[in-house]
Design a protein around this ligand. Structure first.
Ligand SMILES: [Zn+2]
Length: 548
């Protein structure tokens, strides 16, 4: 009996992203969730049966689904109970005044005692007309009878007096480990600014509990990612609630795209040893949902000026925040490394970069392993000097840079950390030239949406969203960017046998783009429509009418 495909795509341009130089393909057949065949139209049409869906691409591009390998999707999934103050989502938030009027508007309809919570963007002070964040006094005036706070990225929030009072934050409150309760130097009273771990005096870790169940919020955000052609994410999860929500979606067959969990083991609602105690390794799970590794952070965030940079006694207003000391870091890394678990370490400043490199070097010297795929998150964004690149390559570590940070925050980065620290900024070209695998993540959706095409376009365009060029010599091509977020990303996710390219037997994670991404300028790619997204042979997004 002849085989008949479930779906055939015909008459397009197929970017297989496969390393073998095969013959030129224009058509692909899918059966039982996998790629049945890749080839010329007449060959693929032979696999057409009575029930086969035929999608005529009419010259459009078919390629593997894209991956975003560093997101905080479950933790960043927000419902409408939050007051939108993020200028990266809503460009009309141009001033402190706009933020205050939105909060005050919400306060007028809030129940007594109900918290009013605003969500702003990282480093928004640079972009607001007043060039500063709102103050406690302004929040008191805008929201006089409800507890209220506004977060600005993941590392800093500003609260009103009622919020501080309700949570007993006073002049006597000490700084929690790894956090800062900012106090007025003359009165000693809290100013309302809480940094890093001090934020948890007011807010809960991980996803906020609102009226909409977390599983539904996560599903909604995964569907938004699918609309941009994203078929795999690596999500950093921090609480059992997030783990449960994901399992719930997976077991009911409602996960629209694939999720690799990077489980945070310090500053999380899991104990540091939780996964070691269970004997878990990366790879545990299914091809839709599986453990991709553990995550931990060394220093604070760049957006809150808390990266651990050397020599901060200079012109900048940075305060290095080290969240874990070298001994503890060495211990966690060597234990998880020894257990066969992939480790992802967040570093921002060069002091933190060197701590991570030291810890990995120690662990690898004690227990050499060639194919560990340990990752260093945000490495490559700056201060990735030739010496550090050489060391990173020698240890086989994977730097995960963030072109989205360059695009949205590049202008502020120069000012925030000092231009001399922008050496080796977003060093994607240098990394490729040094033989270091390049694949990147966005840190979305808390700051900006998940959008891998935007990130690839930014890496190829080397400009910020207001058009400032950033180290153009580090430019990579769109083709290199596409490879980074397909084949290389699959490898970073230990998924190279089943994902990342279009080849017989691989999982059918496919997207249809409106035009050939290799033949348009980078700024056109940035907003290029995705017409269809397929995950495991199932169409999870389709632009209505576009492919009829
Ligand atoms: Zn992150």
């Amino acid at each position: 009996m002849p085989v008949s495909a479930d779906v055939v795509f015909v008459g397009g341009k197929v970017l297989t992203m496969s390393s073998e130089k095969g013959r030129l393909a224009d058509s692909v057949a899918v059966l039982n969730g996998r790629i049945l065949a890749v080839g010329a139209r007449h060959e693929i049409e032979e696999l057409k049966g009575r029930t086969t869906r035929v999608i005529d691409l009419q010259g459009r591009t078919l390629m593997p689904g894209l991956a975003d390998i560093h997101v905080h999707l479950a933790s960043g999934a927000r419902d409408q109970s939050f007051v939108e103050c993020r200028d990266f989502y809503d460009p009309s938030v141009v001033s402190v005044g706009v933020i205050l009027s939105r909060l005050s508007g919400r306060a007028k309809t809030a129940q007594p005692g109900q918290w009013v919570v605003g969500v702003g963007s990282p480093m928004q002070a640079f972009r607001l007309a007043e060039r500063r964040l709102p103050t406690k006094q302004e929040l008191d005036a805008a929201v006089p009878t409800n507890p209220a706070y506004v977060t600005f990225g993941a590392h800093v929030l500003v609260a009103n007096s009622l919020a501080l009072r309700e949570k007993h934050v006073t002049s006597d409150t000490p700084d929690p480990a790894g956090g800062l309760v900012e106090k007025d130097p003359t009165t000693g009273e809290p100013t309302g600014v809480l940094r890093e771990r001090a934020q948890y005096l007011l807010k809960s870790k991980g996803a906020p509990s609102g009226r909409i169940p977390l599983r539904d919020l996560i599903k909604h955000h995964l569907e938004l990612a699918a609309r941009r052609g994203v078929t795999t994410i690596h999500d950093i999860v921090v609480s059992p609630v997030e783990m449960t929500a994901y399992q719930d979606l997976a077991s009911s067959g409602e996960l629209p795209i694939r999720v690799r969990l990077l489980i945070r083991v310090i500053e999380a609602e899991f104990s540091m040893d939780s996964l070691l105690d269970l004997g878990l390794r990366h790879g545990f799970g299914s091809d839709m949902l599986r453990i991709g590794g553990v995550k931990l952070s060394i220093d604070g965030g760049f957006t809150a000026r808390q990266g651990a940079f050397h020599g901060l006694d200079d012109e900048t207003d940075n305060h290095a925040l080290i969240r874990i000391d070298q001994a503890e870091l060495d211990d966690v890394i060597s234990r998880y490394h020894g257990a066969g678990m992939r480790i992802c370490v967040h570093v921002v400043g060069d002091m933190a970069i060197d701590m991570a490199l030291d810890a990995f070097e120690t662990a690898l010297a004690r227990r050499p392993r060639t194919d560990h795929r340990h990752r260093v998150e945000h490495l490559g964004n700056w201060l990735f000097t030739p010496e550090r690149r050489e060391r990173t390559a020698r240890l086989g570590l994977l730097p995960i840079a963030n072109p989205a940070v360059m695009y949205f925050l590049g202008d502020m980065a120069f000012e925030a950390i000092g231009s001399r620290r922008m050496e080796g900024a977003f060093a994607l070209r240098s990394m490729l030239d040094a033989g270091i695998p390049v694949s990147f993540g966005s840190d979305a959706p808390g700051y900006w949406p998940v959008d891998v095409l935007r990130d690839i376009a930014a890496a190829a365009g080397r400009k910020t969203f207001i058009g400032t060029p950033v180290a153009p010599e580090e430019l990579i091509s769109v083709g290199e960017g596409l490879r980074a977020q397909t084949a290389t990303a699959a490898w970073v996710g230990f998924d190279e046998a089943s994902l990342g390219s279009i080849a017989h037997g691989k999982l059918a994670d496919l997207i249809v783009l409106d035009a050939d991404p290799l033949r348009v300028p980078w700024d056109v790619l940035m907003d290029m429509p995705v017409l269809l997204t397929m995950v495991g042979g199932r169409v999870v997004y389709e632009c209505a009418g576009a492919l009829d």
